[in-house]
Design a binder for this molecule. Structure first.
Ligand SMILES: [Fe+2]
Length: 222
């Protein structure tokens, strides 16, 4: 996909949802680290980082009152939220996106290994591999990012998040995806992403891919 178009959509998502630029950067960088660990070629890595950046593009089609609602959602509102993988997929198809990695990740990132996810209820290998791995990354980031109601942050939150992911391996998450992510995390090579791009620090614009590449390369050399 054209990086300028990715950036445009990422900005639109950030403007509509409470998601932050920091969240986008972190999931993109975790995705990239996982893809490298898996030995994928540069082209596929680039496609996957675009897919990660756009995973919640479907939220553009969810009413703002629901996305920004403080407090609990009603069952009906949650049903609307559960459509965002479908609306995201449809939106990208309308924009002539035909990259299967991007389409699969956007469409299936809330499916669960045991078939209890949404919106399709796919299970096991029915779920495309990119979406299975991304589900682990997205959960890890949700559990470790700064939230007003969360007391634990940083390493302590990460330690708990890894335990949570391992508990869910084979039910919520694909076991191989949890194994790879937790293994990579335990090497310490993801620490800089966890610590640097917190929700309160200013982050570069997503579209500045060169800057992202430099930041990533510099950290990898350390
Ligand atoms: Fe999502």
């Amino acid at each position: 996909m054209d990086p300028a178009r990715v950036e445009q959509l990422v900005h639109a998502i950030e403007g509509k949802d409470m998601s932050t630029a920091a969240h986008t950067w972190r999931v993109v960088l975790y995705t990239r680290a996982m893809a490298e660990e898996a030995g994928l070629d540069l082209d596929r890595i680039r496609h996957l980082t675009h897919a990660a950046a756009l995973h919640d593009v479907g939220k553009l089609d969810i009413p703002r009152e629901i996305l920004a609602k403080p407090g609990r959602l009603t069952a009906e509102e949650f049903e609307v939220i559960k459509q965002h993988p479908v609306t995201g997929y449809a939106r990208l198809v309308t924009l002539d996106v035909d990259d299967p990695l991007v389409l699969d990740l956007v469409r299936f990132h809330h499916e669960r290994w045991d078939g209890l996810g949404y919106p399709y209820g796919y299970a096991l290998e029915q779920i495309p591999v990119a979406a299975r791995y991304f589900a682990v990354i997205d959960t890890f980031d949700a559990l470790t990012s700064v939230r007003p109601y969360r007391h634990k942050v940083g390493d302590e939150a990460a330690h708990d998040a890894i335990i949570e992911l391992k508990k869910g391996a084979g039910t919520r998450y694909a076991p191989d995806a949890v194994e790879m992510f937790s293994g990579l995390f335990e090497t310490g090579r993801l620490d800089w992403i966890l610590h640097y791009f917190n929700d309160e620090c200013p982050v570069p614009r997503y579209g500045d891919v060169d800057q992202l590449n430099r930041a990533y390369a510099a950290r990898r050399r350390e």
